[in-house]
Structures are given as structure tokens and as C-alpha cells.
Design a protein around this ligand. Structure first.
Ligand code: OGA
Ligand code: FE
Length: 274
């Protein structure tokens, strides 16, 4: 394996939540399920995992290889809870940043989630941190997203290299609670990526639930600031096997001060065309 094998041993040992292996296809509802239908058919299992300090190796990380990298870039959006600013200022900024970071021809931001456990409630769009390890797209849903979003251009675009990259940023720093753990794509095995239906009112998406494997190598970026962001490459058509994907999930950092405020973050999803 590459240079990361010599990784600095600094890190934390923390519980990460994985999906238990199962016979049926996993599903979960993104909305209130019909009466009597469980919101999901999966079970979680927690494993104590060493999560390395990604700051120690960030200059050796690559989106193409490990599938994530930390960048420093302030945002001009003054309020990331304001949907109008997200649409008018922030999406364009994310597109520019990802274009520069990847050399892509074209980047299309198409979706975002704001997370804040204290503000998350029925009736708003704000979500809690996602503590179950997953990947946002699968071999099936990656091209499907391009078809859903790019209309008549889709088939031509799918003939060339494309990727799906999230830009994940704290809204307020330093981020002391519920940081995001990121799995080195080089350490992911296909057998641990389990296609799962994600049911929306109007469509069914597919994500990967992730089962545990001691070979997985995990990283996080301690105390992220609001002028920092992580690029997460959830899919890349240029890679093969499990290396096309990555995996991530929030965890509770035992080093968080007990009175640390809830994590506030925003993730923007983009299609990236080369
Ligand atoms: C993501 C994601 C989880 C979290 O950015 O795709 O799953 O807790 N985030 O921020
Ligand atoms: Fe995700």
C-alpha cells in the first residue's frame, strides 16, 4: 500500500456504528413510514475503531486515492442557515472550489443538508449528524443521479469520467462534538458495501450501508474551523472496485468537553465531470 501505511499513530479509539450483516436488502425511510412499517430493517453494531488524525497526513491524502482531503477556504456566505444564500452564494462557491481541487471541466451542486442536533425537528429540514457509517452512492445510484439531474445531456456525460463529491464544512468552529470519520477508500472492501434502499416520498435512492472490517483505516480532522472543508469523493467512475467509493459517519469524540455545543455543519453534494 502507499505512504499512508506509515501513518502517525496519533488518533482516538472510538465507537463507530456499522450495519450488521443481513440476508434481506436493507432499507430505510427518509420520511415518516406508512403506519405499521418500521422506518428501517437494519440493525447496528458498534465497533471500537482507531480513528487517525488526518491533519498529520493531509499533505499525503488525495481525492483520487483515499477519497477525501481537507482544504482551507473561507466562505463568503454570511449565514449558512439561510436557504437563499446557500442557493445564490454557497453552491457556486462549492462548484468553484471543487473545480480547482480536481481540475474538472464542470461541477454541478445539486443538494445540501444542514445538520444541528439542537435545531433538528419535524417540520424543518435541519438534520442530526449521521452516526451510521455509509456511502452516499452505489454503482447503481451514481449513474442514476446523473440521469435524474442532467436531462438530455446525461448519456453523453456518462461516457466520460465523472465523480460525486461532497463538500462538508462546519458552520461554526472549532468543531468539538460529533466529528466525521472518513474511511480510506484504499482500505475498503466491496464485501463491506451493502446496497440499501433509501425511500423518499417520490423516489427510491440507493446508498451503501457499511459492515465492519478490521482492515478499514479511518481518519478525522480534529477541531475543524468554519474556514475549513472536507471534500469527500463518494464515487469516481475512473476507479475500479471498492476504491471507487468511500465511507463516512459521525462519532462521539471522547475528547469533547462535556459542555461542547452541538455540531453545526453543511454538506453540499455535487456532480463532477472531467
Ligand atoms: C455526508 C454525511 C454525515 C454527518 O456529508 O454525506 O453523511 O453527520 N454526513 O455530517
Ligand atoms: Fe453521507
Amino acid at each position: 500500500m502507499d505512504g499512508l501505511a506509515t501513518v502517525d499513530a496519533k488518533g482516538v479509539v472510538v465507537p463507530l456504528n456499522f450495519t450488521m450483516p443481513m440476508a434481506e436488502k436493507p432499507y430505510s425511510y427518509n420520511y415518516e413510514p406508512p403506519p405499521g412499517v418500521p422506518a428501517r430493517n437494519t440493525r447496528e453494531e458498534t465497533h471500537e475503531v482507531k480513528v487517525f488524525d488526518g491533519r498529520a497526513v493531509n499533505d499525503r491524502l488525495s481525492l483520487d486515492r483515499e477519497g477525501f482531503v481537507l482544504v482551507r477556504r473561507p466562505t463568503a456566505a454570511a449565514d449558512l442557515y439561510d436557504e437563499a444564500q446557500i442557493a445564490s452564494v454557497y453552491y457556486a462557491e462549492c462548484e468553484r472550489l471543487i473545480k480547482e481541487a480536481t481540475g474538472a471541466k464542470r461541477v454541478v451542486a445539486f443538494d445540501h443538508i444542514v445538520r444541528n442536533a439542537a435545531l433538528s425537528a419535524k417540520g424543518n429540514q435541519i438534520k442530526q449528524p449521521a452516526g451510521r457509517v455509509h456511502n452516499d452512492y452505489t454503482a447503481k445510484s451514481a449513474p442514476q443521479r446523473v440521469r435524474d439531474l442532467m436531462g438530455e445531456e446525461a448519456e453523453e456525460l456518462l461516457k466520460h469520467r465523472y465523480a460525486e463529491i461532497n463538500l462538508w464544512r462546519p458552520i461554526r468552529g472549532p468543531l468539538l462534538r460529533s466529528p466525521l470519520a472518513l474511511c480510506d477508500a484504499q482500505s475498503l472492501a466491496q464485501e463491506n458495501l451493502v446496497p440499501s434502499d433509501l425511500r423518499y416520498p417520490d423516489r427510491t435512492g440507493e446508498t451503501y450501508a457499511v459492515t465492519y472490517n478490521p482492515a478499514q483505516r479511518w481518519f478525522y480532522f480534529p477541531q475543524m474551523q468554519a474556514d475549513e472543508a472536507v471534500l469527500i469523493r463518494c464515487f469516481d467512475s475512473a476507479q475500479s472496485g471498492a476504491a471507487r467509493f468511500s465511507a463516512h459517519g459521525a462519532f462521539e469524540d471522547p475528547q469533547s468537553p462535556p459542555d461542547a455545543p452541538p455540531r453545526e455543519s453543511i454538506e453540499v453534494r455535487t456532480l463532477v465531470f472531467f
